[in-house]
Ligand binder design. Structure first.
Ligand SMILES: CC(C)(COP(=O)(O)OP(=O)(O)OC[C@H]1O[C@@H](n2cnc3c(N)ncnc32)[C@H](O)[C@@H]1OP(=O)(O)O)[C@@H](O)C(=O)NCCC(=O)NCCS
Length: 184
């Protein structure tokens, strides 16, 4: 997936190793808010953990099994949007987050739309899922904007701030993406 400038002027691009301090700063600034919804946050407490993440992300991208993108507002990391791919089943899972200062502007919805276009149109994926804590209304709203179908509850599938938490799994299929309403 190429580097893209969003309508807000922010840039969606692959991480570089030198982004690790900015990525750490974005997560650390918002740690209390983010750890409510994402299991990896308590395990990512140093710049080094983000160096390891970016190193792994680059290797996974070379193998075609993950596409992680940072959302950059200048040199500041505003958020992230990524996909992991199960090549055998042509299935992908999308994940995302934003710094609190960037919420409510449609940034992630636009980034997810670009990721869906890449996965379905360029990468021949058949199915994309999003898993979100049942109470994560904002994340579920992103999936709903693209008409994902909520399939059910994954019991205690996420450990959020040490609490096993139920997740909703939502999916979008290739033909549903192709028949989406104009403008999406
Ligand atoms: C999940 C998360 C990324 C959603 O962020 P968000 O700001 O709600 O999503 P968007 O950036 O797409 O913005 C949507 C909002 O912008 C508004 N908006 C403005 N312009 C818009 C546009 N062109 N398109 C879509 N929405 C737009 C929408 O109305 C919506 O506002 P509302 O919530 O008041 O209705 C964010 O809440 C977050 O980072 N949460 C913590 C981490 C997390 O939960 N990650 C997901 C784990 S599953």
């Amino acid at each position: 997936m190429r580097t893209v400038t969003l309508s807000s002027g922010m840039v969606l691009r692959p991480y570089r190793l030198e982004d690790a301090p900015a990525l750490f700063a974005a997560v650390d600034t918002d740690r209390e808010r983010l750890l409510r919804w994402m299991p990896w946050v308590p395990h990512s407490t140093t710049v080094e953990t983000f160096v390891e993440f970016i190193t792994a992300a680059r290797r996974q991208e070379d193998d075609g099994v993950a596409f992680h993108r940072g959302l950059f507002d200048g040199t500041t990391v505003a958020g992230s949007c990524g996909a992991t791919v199960d090549l055998v089943n042509r299935a992908a899972e999308i994940g995302y987050w934003l710094g609190g200062a960037y919420e409510g502007r449609g940034v992630i919805t636009e980034a997810v739309g670009l990721m869906l276009g890449f996965l379905f149109d360029d990468y021949a994926v058949h199915r994309v899922v999003i898993r979100a804590a049942v109470e994560n209304v904002r994340s579920r709203a992103v999936a709903q904007r693209y008409r994902f179908t909520e399939e059910g509850i994954l019991r205690e599938a996420l450990i959020l701030d040490e609490v096993p938490t139920d997740a909703v799994i939502s999916s979008l299929l290739e033909d549903e993406w192709r028949s989406r309403p104009r403008g999406q």
